[in-house]
Design a binder for this molecule. Structure first.
Ligand SMILES: Nc1nc2c([nH]c(=O)n2[C@@H]2O[C@H](COP(=O)(O)OP(=O)(O)OP(=O)(O)O)[C@@H](O)[C@H]2O)c(=O)[nH]1
Length: 146
């Protein structure tokens, strides 16, 4: 967790809900951000911004449907860890939920992701991910090792 904001910093807080979706072989899904976006080309956990008045779980169910066409029940979201990271323009607060039950056939929305990969947690560090995700990747590797 990075908490380098100075006290009283006026950086806006951005709440993003993300998922570590696991397949039956214990591989986790990561998606690649479109090149034209901020942090373009980096790999990330699927998810997105929580809208005003929206619960994080509801936002994540919505984003997984929009971005991947996958159906997840809110009860299937298991709170796992969170990232708290100061980017230049905003402070990201991102809960990560483990998901092992989901339905549908994955279909990527090209505006959200240009590629997807199922990766063993131990291999996640081979993929370039945003700095906020480092702590989450470490936790997933630990989870898998125990
Ligand atoms: N979904 C997701 N977002 C992440 C991760 N790590 C991370 O720093 N972020 C940041 O969280 C922010 C919100 O992501 P987003 O997917 O909703 O937003 P976006 O930039 O694609 O914009 P848009 O949805 O308005 O087009 C982005 O700045 C993104 O880089 C991650 O693992 N998953």
């Amino acid at each position: 967790m990075q908490t380098s904001d100075s006290p009283g910093s006026s950086r806006r807080l951005l709440l993003v809900a993300a998922a570590a979706l696991f397949d039956s072989s214990g591989r986790v899904l990561i998606t690649q951000r479109p090149h034209h976006k901020q942090l373009g080309g980096l790999w990330e956990f699927p998810g997105g911004k929580v809208e005003l008045g929206e619960a994080p779980e509801h936002a994540l169910v919505r984003e997984l449907k929009e971005e991947l066409d996958l159906t997840v029940e809110p009860d299937a979201l298991d709170p796992f860890a969170f990232a708290s990271h100061a980017y230049p323009d905003f402070h990201l607060l991102m809960p990560l939920y483990v998901v092992t039950k989901f339905g549908g056939v994955m279909r990527l929305d090209p505006n959200a992701a240009q590629d997807a990969a199922w990766v063993k947690p131990a291999d996640l560090r081979r993929y370039e991910m945003p700095p906020a995700d480092v702590v989450l990747v470490n936790r997933l590797i630990e989870r898998n090792a125990t």
